[in-house]
Design a protein around this ligand. Structure first.
Ligand SMILES: *Cc1c(COP(=O)(O)O)cnc(C)c1O
Length: 394
């Protein structure tokens, strides 16, 4: 029995891939983003996606590409960050698709006269100001240079900075993409792709795209917003939203998106000791918690060493289907939970899953959803479940 671990349900990853590729079947290319070691799920998830309709993958570094190739030798794999030219031979061995983010990089890449028909995707910067081309003449020059070389211009893409739900930036980025690609023939490029999960879920497909990139959705999170209720607060929000829609001429967005996505990751731990604490006694570093009645604490072997962070705002855990509050500060590798007499030392404790959503988990730590997944996925032993059974014993 391990002290703490994350459990990853590969069947759910497969089901999520099917749900996405079926619902969004207007796209031809489905690019699953596996950066951050597959959002903390490990590269083992890639083949479940591949078997269930995902036909392209993206990582952000050569290291991630190496671990991907250990589990999958042939699926198309795009490296989202420009590969350092000193490592281009490695990229060739890994059969990587190269992202080209600026003209100077492309010139130096072509000057290497490398003996490889690299597939390349052009990155267009439509306002994010991260990576990519910002000038339409340069985009045209790049396309001409690639077409005149032994490389294959397979794709072109941009990345959204916002969800486009009542902000003007999303539509602005779509307009910029059209403008920046206005001197080239997009139809000649097989994969025109945009991201991300929230864009895919909450906006109609842009007619010129053939592909979509998604991360968080395929790991099981429907990040589309719920529609607003009729409460006074929500009615005010609706008024504000309608004002923005008119003011910025915001295009159609979807709420309450119906798609069966199921979180694949859970985090579990065990109880080290059940400790009786009398009223007035305290617990933990800095005596951060004082018992206001006679209580029982369950001491757990998890802390910021397990990727949880040290913030601990209203965190709850689940034991035997019931939620209990974490008390006191988070240590490096111990946490206290205020339990009741029904809890036994060998009971399983769930920190994420079984009713603790990633949103709740992340908020307790001051982390976003993807950040929480990456942190706990990387900092705990991972166990995989397949066909409802553990792949390996804990
Ligand atoms: C992370 C990332 C994605 C996926 O984003 P999600 O919000 O997790 O769907 C897509 N494209 C690029 C370039 C990214 O960096």
């Amino acid at each position: 029995m391990l002290d703490s671990y994350v459990e990853i349900d590969l069947d759910k990853i497969g089901a999520n891939a099917r749900a996405i590729t079926q619902k969004y079947s207007d796209y031809k290319y489905f690019i699953a983003v596996l950066k951050g070691d597959g959002y903390g799920h490990g590269m083992e998830v890639a083949n479940e996606m591949y078997k269930n309709g995902i036909n392209y993958f993206a990582v952000s570094s050569l290291e991630e590409a190496q671990s991907f190739r250990k589990v999958n030798k042939d699926a198309p794999l795009l490296c989202l960050h420009p590969v350092h030219l000193s490592r281009i031979e490695e990229a060739k061995r890994l059969n990587l698709t190269i992202a080209v983010n600026e003209l100077d990089y492309l010139k130096r890449l072509l000057n290497l006269n490398i003996d490889c028909n690299f597939k390349v995707h052009l990155q267009i910067d439509t306002g994010f100001n991260r990576l990519g081309f910002k000038d339409k003449d340069e985009v045209k020059t790049a396309v001409d240079m690639i077409n005149g070389s032994n490389f294959v211009l397979e794709g072109i893409y941009q990345h959204f900075a916002t969800a486009g739900i009542f902000d003007p930036h999303w539509d602005e980025q779509v307009r910029n993409f059209k403008e920046l690609t206005s001197l080239i023939d997009l139809k000649k490029i097989p994969i025109v792709h945009m991201g991300s999960s929230v864009s895919m879920l909450t906006h109609p497909k842009q007619p010129f795209t053939t592909g979509v990139r998604m991360g968080i959705a395929i790991y099981g999170y429907n990040v589309a917003p719920d529609s607003l209720s009729n409460s006074p607060k929500d009615r005010l929000r609706k008024m504000r939203n309608n004002y923005f829609i008119k003011k910025y001429n915001i295009s159609e967005t979807y709420f309450d998106v119906k798609i069966d996505l199921q979180p694949a990751m859970k985090m579990k731990t065990r109880i080290l000791q059940l400790k009786k604490v009398n009223k007035g006694e305290w617990f933990g570093y800095n005596a951060s918690y004082t018992a206001d009645e006679d209580i029982i604490l369950a001491i757990l072997p998890v802390g910021y060493n397990n990727g949880i962070g040290h913030a601990n705002h209203n965190r709850q855990v689940v034991i035997n289907g019931k939620k209990y509050p974490v008390v006191g500060e988070m240590c490096m590798n111990m946490t206290a939970v205020k339990v009741d007499s029904s809890v036994k030392i060998d009971d399983e404790v769930t920190l994420l899953g079984d009713g603790i959503t990633v949103g709740m988990f992340g908020r307790s730590s001051g982390m976003g959803n993807a950040e929480a997944l990456v942190n706990i996925g990387k900092n705990n032993p991972r166990f995989y479940v397949k066909d409802g059974k553990a792949v390996k014993e804990k």
